[in-house]
Design a protein around this ligand. Structure first.
Ligand SMILES: [Zn+2]
Length: 65
């Protein structure tokens, strides 16, 4: 499945996440202004997003589920 519509959201617990279709990405780590997001669905899924200053600059839209 390919999606190109990314929505920044906050979970009920207050954690930031990015939603893209049925996939959700949670914040993995930050380095300076660069933030890495990982697919929330399954451990080991290679899906990830990189943002700089809140702008999506890189999407690895490959999922194993
Ligand atoms: Zn995934």
């Amino acid at each position: 499945m390919i999606c190109n519509h990314f929505i920044f959201e906050t979970t009920l617990r207050g954690f930031p996440m990015i939603r893209c279709g049925n996939y959700r990405f949670s914040k993995d780590f930050c380095r300076g202004v660069r933030t890495r997001w990982r697919c929330l669905k399954r451990a080991g899924c290679p899906g990830s997003i990189t943002t700089i200053d809140g702008e999506i600059i890189k999407v690895k839209n490959i999922h194993n589920h």
